[in-house]
Design a protein around this ligand. Structure first.
Ligand code: FAD
Ligand code: SF4
Length: 507
C-alpha cells in the first residue's frame, strides 16, 4: 500500500497534517510527498521577481528538509498542477492522494474536482493555517450579519488567552492601547536594521531559472528574504528583540528614508506557513511578561497578527469574492503608467511605488493611506487595483488581497470589513511622514498651481459622493468641512481634479 501527500507551495508547515495522517495510517515508508512548481500558477500575473524567488526557493528548501528527515519526495516542474499530479500518479501509483484544503477559492474549487480530474481516490483534510479554524468564533453568523473586527479579535484573544489575566480580562485592563500609539517618528530616531539572509546555492539557482523562464516585474537584486523555517524564526526573533518595543508607538508612521520602520515584515513567511501566527503572538506576549516591551506595542502587534489577519481570512472564507468585488462606487478608470515605473512628481507616491517595485513590500499605512487612498480618490477600477497589488506584493494571496484591497482599501464592498472609506488629504500624510517637505507639490494648497493632488482629489471625492457618504455617521466630520467651500471653490476643485484624472501629463 502506498500513499501520496500533495503539499501546496503556501502550506510549508513544520507539522503538515496530511503528512502526519499519511504517516500514522500507513507508515513513513509508504508515503511519497508530491510538490509541484506550476508554470501556469507562476504566470497567473506578471509577478514580482522576489515573490517567485521566495516561493520556489522556500518550496525547494522544504522538499530538501523532508528528504533529510527520510521522506521520499517527488518534486516536479510542470505546466500546471493537473499535469504534475498525473505524471506523479502514473509513476508512483499511490492508492490514495492526501492533501490539506487550500485557502484560496480557486484552489478549493480545484481540489473539490480533483478526484474526477485524476480519476483517483482523494482525501482532503481541513486547513489548519488559521486560528479561527480551530474555534469557529461565530458558528451562527449569517452572511448579512455585520461582525466587526474588534469583537472578532476579542474572541480570538480570549480563547487563546493571549495577553489575558482570565478568559474575559485583558492584561492592563484594556483591550486597546491605540491612544498611546500611532505617533509620527521624530527625526532623531535611528531605526534598527532588519536581519538579511544571503542567498544560498538553491536560491541562486532559482534566481537564474526565473530570469530565464518568466517575464517577472520588479528587481532581482539584493534578494535577502528568509527561505527556511530556521531563517524565518531568526527573522521573527530579530523583530521581537529590536522592533517590537516600538511597534505600536510608530505603527502608522512613514518616513522617506526608511521603509520597514518598526514593522515586522513577517507576512511573507507567515503566509507561506514558515511561521505560525499563534507562536508569533506568544513570542510577543512573552516579551511583555519578561519586561522587554510595553503593553501598547505588544497588544498592537497581537491585534494585527491574530486580530486583523484572522478577521480578513474569516470574512473571505464566509463571504466569498463576489461580496467584496461589488464595485460600490462604480469606478472604471484604469491605473496610470506610473504605477509600473514610479515616475511621478508626488513624492509620497513616488517613494512608496519605488519600494514596491524594488522589494514587493511596503508597510500597512503606506498600502492603506498612500496607495489605496490615492487609488480610491482617483476613482480607479477596483479590479485593476487588485491586479496591480496581486502582481507586485511578495505577500499577496487571494484570501488576504480580496478583503484588504476591495474591502479595507477601496470600500468597493460598501462596508463589509471596514466601517468607513479610508480617505485622507495631504494633511494626514504630512502629519505622519516627512514626504511633503521634499515634494514638488504644495501640501497646503487645495487648488491652483502646484496644489497637492491628494487635496483636490479628496475634496472632489467628498463633493461627488456626498449623498452616499451622508449615510455613514463616521463620515460626518469630514463632510461637515464641506460647508467651508463656496461654489467658486467647489468649481475649481472639480475642474482641477477632472483635468488631473486625465493623466495626460507626467504626474
Ligand atoms: P506588521 O505591521 O508587522 O503586522 C504584523 C502582521 O499582522 C502582518 O505580518 C500580517 O500577517 C498581519 N496583518 C496586519 N494587518 C493585516 C491585514 N489588514 N490583513 C491581513 N493581515 C494583517 N497583507 C498580506 O499579508 N498580503 C497582502 O497582499 C496584503 N495586501 C494589502 C493591501 C492593502 C491595500 C492593504 C490596506 C493591506 C494589505 N495587507 C496585506 C495587510 C497588511 O498591510 C500587511 O499584512 C502588512 O503590511 C504586512 O507587513 P508586516 O509583516 O510588516 O506587518
Ligand atoms: Fe504627497 Fe501631496 Fe505631500 Fe507631495 S505634498 S508628498 S503629493 S501628500
Amino acid at each position: 500500500m502506498s500513499v501520496s501527500v500533495w503539499i501546496l507551495g503556501d502550506q510549508l508547515l513544520i507539522d503538515h497534517p496530511a503528512l502526519a495522517k499519511a504517516e500514522s495510517e500507513f507508515g513513513r515508508q509508504a508515503v511519497t510527498v508530491i510538490m509541484i512548481e506550476s508554470h501556469a500558477s507562476a504566470q497567473r500575473y506578471q509577478f514580482h521577481a522576489k515573490k517567485l524567488i521566495l516561493i520556489f526557493s522556500a518550496m525547494r528548501h522544504y522538499a530538501a528538509m523532508l528528504s533529510q528527515k527520510g521522506y521520499m519526495v517527488d518534486y516536479r516542474y510542470a505546466a500546471d498542477f493537473t499535469e504534475g499530479l498525473k505524471v506523479h500518479l502514473k509513476a508512483h501509483r499511490p492508492e490514495r492522494l492526501i492533501m490539506m484544503a487550500a485557502i484560496n477559492r480557486d484552489g478549493i474549487d480545484y481540489q473539490n474536482r480533483l478526484s474526477e480530474i485524476l480519476n483517483s481516490q482523494v482525501t482532503k483534510l481541513e486547513n489548519i493555517q488559521f486560528l479561527h479554524h480551530q474555534i469557529n468564533p461565530y458558528p451562527k453568523a449569517k452572511p448579512e450579519d455585520a461582525i466587526r473586527q474588534e469583537a472578532f479579535y476579542r474572541k480570538i484573544r480570549g480563547h487563546f488567552r493571549l495577553l489575558m489575566t482570565s478568559e474575559n480580562e485583558p492584561e492592563g485592563g484594556q483591550w486597546n492601547f491605540d491612544k498611546q500609539n500611532r505617533n509620527p517618528i521624530p527625526d532623531d530616531v535611528t531605526i534598527p536594521e532588519i536581519i538579511r539572509f544571503s542567498p544560498d546555492h538553491i536560491t541562486l539557482e532559482v534566481i537564474e531559472e526565473i530570469k530565464q523562464k518568466f517575464d517577472a516585474i520588479g528587481t532581482y537584486e539584493d534578494f535577502d528574504l528568509a527561505v527556511t523555517h530556521e531563517e524565518a524564526q531568526q527573522a521573527a526573533k530579530d523583530f521581537i528583540e529590536y522592533r517590537l518595543p516600538f511597534f505600536g508607538t510608530y505603527e502608522d508612521a512613514m518616513r522617506q528614508q526608511d521603509s520597514i520602520l518598526y514593522h515586522s515584515k513577517l507576512s511573507p513567511y507567515v503566509n507561506l506557513g514558515l511561521l505560525e501566527p499563534l507562536k508569533l503572538a506568544q513570542m510577543a506576549e512573552q516579551a511583555f511578561y519578561e519586561g522587554d516591551a510595553e503593553i501598547n506595542n505588544v497588544e498592537g502587534f497581537i491585534r494585527q497578527m491574530v486580530g486583523w489577519r484572522e478577521y480578513m481570512a474569516w470574512q473571505y472564507k464566509r463571504l466569498g469574492s463576489e461580496v467584496f468585488e461589488a464595485n460600490y462606487w462604480g469606478f472604471k478608470r484604469e491605473l496610470p503608467a506610473f504605477f509600473w515605473d514610479g515616475k511621478t512628481l508626488m513624492n509620497c507616491l513616488k517613494h512608496v511605488l519605488e519600494r514596491v517595485l524594488k522589494d514587493g513590500y511596503t508597510h500597512h499605512i503606506e498600502r492603506l493611506m498612500v496607495l489605496s487612498n490615492f487609488c480610491l480618490l482617483a476613482e480607479f477600477n477596483p479590479k485593476s487595483v487588485f491586479d496591480w497589488f496581486s502582481s507586485l506584493f511578495i505577500d499577496a494571496y487571494d484570501w488576504v488581497m480580496v478583503p484588504n484591497v476591495y474591502g479595507m482599501g477601496l470600500f468597493a464592498d460598501g462596508g463589509t470589513v471596514g466601517t468607513k472609506p479610508y480617505i485622507a488629504s495631504a494633511n494626514y500624510i504630512n502629519k505622519m511622514s516627512n514626504f511633503c517637505g521634499d515634494c514638488h507639490y504644495d501640501r497646503k494648497k487645495r487648488v491652483g498651481k502646484n496644489a497637492c493632488p491628494f487635496n483636490f482629489l479628496y475634496w472632489h471625492f467628498l463633493l461627488k459622493n456626498e449623498s452616499i457618504l451622508k449615510k455613514n455617521y463616521r463620515m460626518a466630520r469630514m463632510l461637515y468641512n464641506l460647508k467651508y467651500l463656496d461654489e467658486n471653490e467647489r468649481q475649481k476643485v472639480r475642474q482641477q481634479a477632472e483635468n488631473f484624472l486625465k493623466f495626460e501629463k507626467q504626474e
